[in-house]
Design a protein around this ligand. Structure first.
Ligand code: SF4
Length: 481
């Protein structure tokens, strides 16, 4: 099926795409002639449109086998089963971050740690997943407060995998503060990748992320350096949570990441989950404000790349991989069928299993519709739970109202948990959805930049999409094998 979406307010530049992810940016007359089926073979875009299977509006069933294979490659994740398994080993944390109020418990609170029984059951559920690639990610709260349990789960998973022989990896999201040198050596020896939060320079970071000694930034940086010394430079990545204050100065935030030696930054708007309404008023913002910030940030990062400094914006890379390559990025939060439950499972400290971390956070605020059941139940029962059946209605973007006619849909995804949480049902309303506004705006920005065909921008975008250095490109838009 072909779909069209305007890329400018006047409708003079139009994106035409098909189910296979082939696309062309056309001027209005060429677009109209293409849809009407009367574009002349001598037209300069004719061969291009023919090569991209955009001259005809064929259903997938009538496509050539090679085209069906390309579609299968793009959607290969759909048959894999959950590969990301998040273990919330404790809800306790010594930080009281403004944007994480409902997702933590006080550091000395009782009854917020995962029991050894639930941890062992969760490992069994992980290995019941049909996926050949399994990642166990430790989250909290602050998972380092229960590093003993992390060690136990790693041991159980490795023992289980000696028979299962899957590609098993580990990661942990942590402030890093509580990890001892011995813990870091364990992470190094078991390839546990670490990810931490750095919201910007000390004033920004400490303003949002108060810890008891009011020195969260300094402790994070000291722990980061210690972890890098023990585990290697690339073993730790960082992610900012963007509050209203951070949006004011994109260069300052990006420069901070450069100063710390990170090769990339992942710019995402603050999540609508997990914090109280009055806090949202203080630190939140409209999606339009984020998009203005994002374009400024992207322009600055493109300038850096043009001047010879490779630096990546991770979300643009994910979207460009969907646009420019036949492959999916693997990012579970932007795919169709949605990643909720089908790509990721969350094992909460209390034994409840959720299809996404956002669903777990919604449950913490009292919205228990997302629980798939208790971790002691078999994988098949969890996957066929009423929660999964309910979310399925909003899990396939290609058939959702609004998405079904949107030319961005081959590159976009469905987020039934977001729409159920914010709009009340998993299908949602694209007209008023911030998820849709964000993606429509980012795709419009990226497709316009691709159509502008600035050689430096094309080099950078191609390098990001194919995960190659710019030096590995023959010329913009082409990758050297
Ligand atoms: S969410 Fe919005 S941008 Fe994405 S496919 Fe649906 S309508 Fe298009």
């Amino acid at each position: 099926m072909r779909r069209s979406t305007d890329l400018d307010p006047a409708g003079q530049r139009v994106l035409l795409s098909n189910d296979l992810g082939d696309y062309a940016v056309l001027d209005r007359p060429t677009h109209e002639a293409t849809l009407a089926g009367n574009i002349d073979p001598s037209h300069p875009r004719y061969r291009d449109l023919e090569a991209r299977s955009l001259l005809e509006d064929l259903p997938l069933s009538q496509r050539h086998d090679l085209e069906k294979a390309a579609y299968a490659t793009r959607k290969a994740f759909a048959l894999e089963g959950p590969s990301l398994h998040i273990f919330v080993v404790t809800l306790r944390c010594d930080h009281s971050c403004q944007y994480c109020q409902v997702s933590r418990a006080a550091v000395n609170a009782q009854g917020f740690d995962m029991s050894p029984r639930n941890a062992a059951d969760a490992v069994e559920r992980v290995f019941e997943s049909p996926s050949d690639n399994l990642t166990i990610e430790f989250q909290g709260g602050e998972p380092a407060l229960r590093f003993d349990l992390v060690r136990e789960i790693v041991g159980l998973a490795l023992a289980r995998n000696s028979e299962a022989q899957k590609r098993l990896t580990f990661s942990m999201v942590s402030t890093l503060h509580h990890l001892t040198d011995a813990d870091l050596e364990f992470c190094r020896d078991h390839n546990i990748r670490l990810s931490t939060s750095i919201d910007g320079p000390a004033d920004l970071h400490d303003g949002h992320r108060p810890n008891p000694t009011r020195d969260s930034w300094a402790r994070t940086i000291a722990a980061l350096r210690r972890a890098q010394a023990i585990m290697g430079e690339d073993a730790v990545s960082a992610l900012p949570t963007l509050t209203r204050r951070a949006l004011a100065d994109p260069r300052r935030l990006i420069d901070h990441y450069r100063d710390l030696g990170f090769p990339s930054i992942f710019l995402r708007p603050i999540s609508p989950y997990g914090f109280a309404r009055k806090t949202r008023r203080a630190i939140g913002y409209e999606m339009g404000e984020f998009l203005t910030f994002y374009e400024q940030a992207l322009d600055y990062i493109l300038e850096l790349n043009t001047s010879g400094e490779p630096f990546e914006e991770t979300y643009a890379s994910i979207l460009l991989r969907h646009i420019l390559t036949p492959f999916h990025s693997g990012y579970v939060d932007l795919r169709s069928p949605a990643g909720a439950g089908l790509g990721v499972l969350v094992y909460n400290y209390d034994g409840q299993v959720y299809p996404a971390d956002e669903a777990r956070m919604a449950a913490e605020t009292g919205d228990t519709r997302f629980s798939m059941g208790h971790v002691s139940r078999p994988f098949s029962e969890l996957m066929s739970s009423p929660a999964m059946q309910w979310l399925a209605a909003g899990s396939v973007a290609e058939v959702l109202p609004g998405c079904s006619t949107c030319a961005f849909v081959p590159f976009c995804g469905a987020d039934p948990v977001y729409h159920a949480t914010v709009q009340g049902d998993p299908i949602g309303d694209r007209e008023t959805s911030d998820f849709c506004l964000k993606h429509k705006s980012l795709f419009t920005l990226l497709f316009n930049r691709l159509a502008d065909a600035d050689q430096d921008t094309l080099s950078t975008f191609t390098a990001w999409a194919f995960r190659k250095p710019r030096g590995g490109l023959v010329r913009p838009g082409h990758v050297d094998r």
